[in-house]
Ligand binder design. Sequence first.
Ligand code: IMP
Ligand code: MG
Length: 174
Amino acid sequence: MFIGTPLISEEQIQKKVSELAYKITKDYENKDLLVIGILKGAFMFFSDLVRQIKSPLKVDFIIASSYIKDKSSGEVNIHYFPREEIKGKDVLLVEDIIDTGISLQAIREKILSMEPASLKICVLLDKKERRVVEVPIDYLGFSIPNKFIVGYGLDYNEMFRNLPYITIFKKELK
Ligand code: IMP
Ligand code: MG
């Protein structure tokens, strides 16, 4: 399967993942790290990232979907929430992309209400232009233009998640 030319190649992604994992490993020495991936989009980034983090850690997931009613409000539904204890843990949230920020903001608030020792956010892609709510990002892969992209976990209608690179989605290439 091939669609489009890569906006971000497999090599560029893997290099960035290594850099992020190196920073995270240094920052979480002697911490009680719980890495939480936000599904489905983050599944590929999450698994590449945790494989390269050298600190001892536990993993869990959140399954969330968001429905944006208009430009300034959204509703986030959480379908699965971590079973691992969050209170007192150093939590690292891992997300594929931040767009309006509404999903991450809602998930962040929910986790903070459970009193983790700390909470940081790692996001592979940032579409800054589209931000509606500000969310602090501690580890960022790439800033990208305001285009709809697929690949490396990201989908259009559930397709293209398996591409090992990231490309701009063009309907005519479907
Ligand atoms: P936010 O709440 O607007 O920040 O939404 C973020 C979520 O929207 C991500 O977790 C993705 O699932 C999805 N999303 C945003 N932009 C794209 C894109 O360009 N391609 C695929 N999914 C996207
Ligand atoms: Mg997502």
